[in-house]
Design a protein around this ligand. Sequence first.
Ligand code: PHE
Length: 383
Amino acid sequence: MALTLTGCDQQPQQPAVTGGSPVATPGEIVVGQYGSLTGSEATFGQTTDEGVRLAVEERNATGGIKGRKIKLVTYDDRSNAQEAGTVVTRLITQDKAVAILGEVASTRSIAGGRVAQQYGVPMVSPSSTNPTVTDIGDMIFRVCFIDPFQGTVMAKFSHENLKLTKVAVLYDKGQAYSTGLSNYFQQAFKEMGGTITAVETYKGGDPDFSAQLTTIRNSGAEAIYIPGYYNEVASIALQARKLGIPNSVPLMGGDGWESPKLAEIAGEAVEGCYFSNHYAPEDERAEVKEFIAKYKAKYNGVTPGALAASGYDAANILFDAMGRAPSLSGADLAKALAETKNFKAVTGLITINKSRNADKSAVVLQMKGGTPVYVATVEPPKK
Ligand code: PHE
């Protein structure tokens, strides 16, 4: 077996299987999904999976694809990049998935995407935004914008809307997403004439951020940009307020803040703070209203966040391509995915561009009373 991903000779653990038997009955088409159903970013995988399952259910209720039902096989990667590679291998070699949905976190999409590319099986990430994900090769797609744009969104918002000139940055050096977004934000903010007063780092799972926050407090920053994932952002927010950085110094971030856990853990500490995201439930478009109604009916009246919407969109765009493709071979599916044009998705009108990404607008949300509330839309640069 030629496929070694990490050069690590540890025995991979058995992945957890959800959604019933992974063995397809004859006639079913297997679509694989991998995600963080447990671990440090568990809400990412769980809510994405809710959107994906809604899409599968709807497609199967209207006849499936080419007269065949879709069989979704989902594996938990436990928020771990090495495990992401292992479970994607399993989806392809054992379950014979014709296409893969996942992941959310860019570092795990890179690990899983390398496997999918090597086997020639198309993968669609709902929401990984680091540019290198789709650079892996012609089998790797995403239905969201990328971070060179997302970084400019908060730079522009803080400069033009909040009129800030001095911002500090604190990012997770263990995540491709966080490192990338930190760089793109700094570059854009400086180009607009702003000053970056301090750049500090942490690693996922770190419990104590007081050294970094003390440096940042003393740097005279008017705001702190933290392009991390929700667990650490929540701890950082709590510790920042304890160290005397008041709520009038807002924390700002990217889509990695998206989780009900953020406000649950951080409460008042994130009140008034801002982050960029893929969608706002306040959007008046028919696709959004319809999706919210269907999602609420299926999932106990909960309003879907961006991850559920992105999961739903990724699955529907994949199914649409599967329906148009002359066969379910990797090459035919990839070609059909690449031809996706003006697809009316929940998170916006989606056209897959030459780099297998989507050019879409972003929204800025503000935490109010523990809920992210829509503030602004930022359009991508015109080509
Ligand atoms: N964009 C993030 C990444 O690439 C993942 C993410 C997307 C997190 C949407 C939350 C919401 O790592």
